[in-house]
Design a protein around this ligand. Sequence first.
Ligand code: SF4
Length: 767
Amino acid sequence: MNKTKNTTPRKVNPLTSEKFTGLEVTSPKTVAAGIEAVKSALHHIAKEAGMVRGNRILLKANQKKGFDCPGCAWPDPQTRSKIAEYCENGAKAIAEETTLKRVDPAFFKKHSVEELSQWSDYELGKSGRLTHPVLLKADSSHYEAISWDDAFAMIGQKLNDLDSPDEAIFYTSGRTSNEAAFMYQLFVRQFGTNNLPDCSNMCHESSGTALSETLGIGKGSVTLEDFDEAEVIVVMGQNPGTNHPRMLTALQSAKKQGAKIVHINPLPETGLVAFKNPQKLNGWVGSTSSSALSDLFLQVRINGDMAVLKAILKLMAEQDAQGGQKVFDYEFIKQYTTGFEAFLEDIEKVNLEECIQQSGIDKALLEQTADLLSRHNKIIVCWAMGLTQHENAVGVIQQVVNLLLVKGSIGKPGAGTCPVRGHSNVQGDRTMGIWEKPSQMFLDNLAKNFSFTPPQHHGYDTVEAIKAMYEGKAHVFFAMGGNFLSATPDTEYTAKALQNCQLTVQVSTKLNRSHLITGHEALILPCLGRTELDMQASGKQFVSVENSMGVVHQSRGHLKPASAHLLSEPMIVAKLAQATLQNSATDWSTLVGNYDQVREHIEATIPGFEQYNQRVRQPNGFHLPNVARERKFKNGQAFFTVHPLPQNKLASKEFIMMTIRSHDQYNTTIYGLDDRYRGIYNERRVVLMNREDMQEFGIQSQQKVDLMSSYEGVERTAPAFLVVPYDIPKRCVATYFPEANVLVPIDSVAFKSNTPTSKYVVVTINA
Ligand code: SF4
C-alpha cells in the first residue's frame, strides 16, 4: 500500500473537555414525563428547529406515512396518537437532526481540528448539520471542501491500494436503514472482506449470543401487544424512562390490565417509580399515586443479577418441591426443552446466603419476588445494557431464559424475552447482514443472487477492529454513521488506533469527536437525515427499519434537506461501489434509482421478507418470523443452561463503576447538560457515590476527584469528576459515557460476545 508519508501527528484531544460547567444538585424526581417532559421537548425543538417548523415536523414522527424516530427502537402502537406519537427524548433526537444551524466549509476554515478537539462533545454536537463533503489533508489541520466525485475516487484508490481487503474496516451505526445496510454489506463483501463491525457489538451482542444458543434466534420474542397480556413484567438493567420512554406507556397500560412490575437495577430510576403520561389528562393534572409503576424494586449491586436470578429460582424450586400446585410448567419443559435436570441440580445447590451477599438484596424481598413469579405464568423479562455489558453477560441472560423456560413463558401471549434495542435500526442492520460473522446460508444466497464469491472467513468485530488498527493491521476505516471514538471503550487506545490509519471516512449528519481524531487523511461525507426528503431517479423514496420487536415498517422523510449537497446513504454506497469495485456485476445506479429494487434483492436473499415491497407498504408494516415466539425452536428444543455465580472480589479501596446515560443524552449525542430525573443539572463530569462510602473515604459532596482503573497492569485515568451523593449500593459508583469510557479496558469484554464491560469497571477514587 502506498502509505502517506508520516506527518507530524495533530495535537488533538480525544477526550471531551475537562472544564466544569456549574453543577447544581437537587433531590431526584419521583415521577417521570408529565408536563415537564412536554416543556423540555418544546424547549429543544423550538431552540433548534423553530417552534412552528419544529412542531410541524413532530407531527410526522412515528406516523404511518411519516418518518421513524431516529432515537431508540421501541415499537409504535397499532393505534397512534395523531398529535404526538413521540416522547421527550424522541423530540430531542428530531430537534438535533432538524436544527437550523449549519457546519459548512466556512466553519471548517475558521476552526482547526486542534481547536475543535478542545470543545466539549456537547458544544461539537450543537454546531449544526454538516452541509458539504470535506477533506482533511495529511499536512493540514483544517477540513476543506471536496467534490463528491473526488471524495469517492480517493476512497476507491485507497481501498484498492491495500494489500488485502481485510486491511479495511467498515463500521455501521444503528441508524442506517435496511436498504442502505443491505447495499453496504453487499459492496463490502464484493470488495472482499467481512470486516463489518457495528454498534450492536457494544450493546446487545451478549443478548444475541445468549438467545441464539438457547432459543435459536438472537432477537426478543415478545410483541408490543404481549405487554397488555402479561401478568408479571420484570425490567432488569434498563432505564426506560430515559432510553426507551414510550415503553412507560406500555408498562402503564399493562399495569391497568393487572400486571405486576418488578424493577431490578442498582439505581432507583424515576421512570420505573412513577409515570405521568402526557398523552392522558391525568398526565398533566392530579396526584402522582395514580401513576406508580413498579410494585417491587430490587436495588441490586452492580453485576449482582446472577445472584438475584439464582436465588429466585432456588426459592421457586423449593416451592415447586413442596407438592400441591406446581410452580414449574412441566408440560412445556417436557415438550420443548432439554437440559432441565442439570439446571435443576445446579439451582438446588445454590447457597442462598451467598446470593444475598452478592446481590445486596435481602431474603424477604427475594422471597416476595420468587412468590410473585411462582404464582404467574405470563412473564416478560426486559433488559438492556445493565445486563449485556458484563464479563458474564451471556450467562446472566441465559439465566433469564431459564427463568422463562421453567414457567413456560416463551412463545405464548403475554410472555417472553424483551431485549430492548437502543438504536432505531440496529436490529434491522444485523438482519440485513451487517455482521462480521455472517451465516453460511446468507453468504450462499448472496453468491447465488449477485454472481460473486463472498469472503468466507469471519471479520473483525468492534473490539477486534480497534486492535487491528492499533497494531497497524488495518489502514482504512469507514464509518456509516455513529461516533466511533466516543462510543467505544478505552478512548486513548482507540484514538491511537484511528490515528494509525491512512484514511478514515465518516458518513454523518452532525459534527462529533470522531471527525477530529482521524487517520493521516480524513473525509466527512454528509448524508440525509431520517426526516428529510429522499429523491432518486424514480422519484420520492422511502426506507424501512426493524424495531426491537421484529416489526419492519417504512420511514418517509418529508423535510427539505439541510443542504443541497447531501446524499442519501444508499447513494453514498452506490457511488462508493462504482468508484472502488472494478468488475462488479451489480447495477448500482439502477439499485439506487428505486429502492424497491433493493427490497426485491433483500426478499431474494433473506428469509422472512416475502412480498417485501407490498407488505412494507401496509400501515403497520409486518412482523418477521420468530422461532421463539412460534415455539419452533431449532431442533424443536430450547436449552436450559447452567451458570456459576461470578467471583467479584474488590480490594479495600476499589469500587465497581458502571457508565450510564443522562436524561439529556442519546448514546454519544449530548442534547443538554441536565439529568433531570436524577436531580443533576448543568454538569456531566460527575460520579454518583453512596453516602456511607463517602463518609468512610472522607469525601465531600461535589468534591473534585480523579478516577483510575488498573487492568492487567495498565493504568487509566479519568481526571476531574465531581462527587454527587446518590442512592446507589455501597462500593458501586456511576458515571456518564463517553466521559468515563477512557477507563474501560479494551481487553475487558464479555465472555463469548466480546462486548466491552462498560457496566463493570473496577476503579479507585483519588480524592
Ligand atoms: S420511545 Fe424511542 S423511538 Fe419512541 S419516540 Fe421515544 S426515542 Fe423515539
